[in-house]
Design a protein around this ligand. Sequence first.
Ligand code: RP5
Length: 163
Amino acid sequence: MQPLVGVIMGSQSDWETMEHCCSTLESLGIAFEAKVVSAHRTPDLLFDYAATAFDRGLQIIIAGAGGAAHLPGMCAAKTHLPVLGVPVQSKALNGMDSLLSIVQMPAGIPTGTLAIGRAGAINAALLAASMLSNQDAEIRQALLAYRAAQTERVLAQPNPGQE
Ligand code: RP5
């Protein structure tokens, strides 16, 4: 299947976080590709990836990075596609560095910014699904089913401490 979503991350070490994004996309039946592309260590690869993304059929890019997290912003600078940034929880500053690096884009080149870590990785996939769902009935049904199942799980176990 032609990937609709490109998931990129700055390092192999980001996979622990970004695998939650990929497994969520998978569970929704959304075709995606996942690659390590570093803004700092492979800048030419990043430029090429972002510049060719639209022509290759991608509709959304999700970029996870930690520390001085330039990946989502630099990616957004090289493509008009929506870029969703996931701040990876860094060891030194617990992800505050990643969050601020991604969220504080100057006016003109936006990046959507999710929560730090696993929650942000999952929500990036769900947000991508929402963005695709107006044009794609299968993705819309999968997203609605995901949300309904989540609601069911909570309602089925209202008593705390009994999971
Ligand atoms: C960033 O530097 C990556 O996104 C990663 O979160 C962080 C640390 O990378 P490694 O030193 O673990 O490869 O570019």
